[in-house]
Design a protein around this ligand. Structure first.
Ligand code: MD3
Ligand code: FE
Length: 210
């Protein structure tokens, strides 16, 4: 389960009931107040992944309360039940139960991958905190690439992220390069309520206030 120092994979952590609840919530989040969209990168290209945010809106490469790159409306609050789920996730991944109880994520990026969507190798460094990132996968299986902290290249490890899997990235893994080179279409179960594609929730501590 410990893929690298501070990087813990817990396969099948979410039960089907929890996955169904998250899919139903996702359908609501995706409609608005800030509709789900493909973020436009500074170079002018749109990402193939579509993202809706909770708590703070991520626009490449900063966090704001209002979605200036979509419709200017304030994003939904970060729900208390997701704070609790994030604390349970950190508790499941790490031995230090004190830091799990103190974990207070305040932003979530909820990503949707269609059959051909991918995410290039990158670091998540827009947060002004080194608190862990919690990742939850639902739907189609993804090929996930977990790299090093120096650059996009080797060494990296490829592993599959399956519906229900938890991954927590803390400590020295928090600023590792990572990406999603491919989705395996049609591998998810319809029982989650998701007809196709993949949902990934990443919870973060932004270190921002106000
Ligand atoms: C390792 N999402 O939203 S989740 C992202 O599947 C992102 O949607 C991917 O990368 C996805 O930024 C990968 C796994 C993940 C998320 C955040 C990390 C791995 C991470 C932050 C630091 C190190
Ligand atoms: Fe990332």
């Amino acid at each position: 389960r410990e893929v690298a120092p501070g990087a813990v994979h817990v396969p099948g952590w979410l039960d089907l009931h929890e996955q169904k609840d998250i899919v139903a919530q996702f359908m609501c989040w995706a409609r608005g107040p800030v509709p789900i969209r493909a973020a436009r990168l500074p170079g002018g290209h749109d990402m193939s992944v579509r993202t809706v945010c909770l708590g703070w809106h991520w626009q490449p490469y900063r966090y704001t309360r209002e979605a200036g790159d979509v419709n200017g409306v304030r994003v939904l609050d970060f729900p208390d039940w997701l704070v609790t789920l994030g604390q349970r996730a950190v508790a499941a991944a790490f031995d230090d139960q004190t830091s799990a109880a103190a974990y207070r994520p305040d932003a979530a990026l909820v990503n949707y991958y269609g059959d051909t969507a991918k995410m290039g190798m990158h670091q998540d460094k827009d947060e002004k905190s080194d608190a862990p990132v919690v990742s939850l996968s639902i739907g189609d299986t993804a090929k996930f690439r977990f790299g090093n902290t120096a650059d996009r290249g080797q060494p990296y490890t490829d592993l599959d992220l399956v519906s229900g899997d938890l991954f927590v990235f803390g400590g020295p893994s928090r600023f590792a390069f990572h990406g999603v080179p491919k989705i395996y279409p049609g591998t998810g179960s319809r029982a989650t309520g998701l007809a196709s594609g993949r949902i990934n929730i990443t919870m973060r501590v932004t270190g921002l206030s106000e």
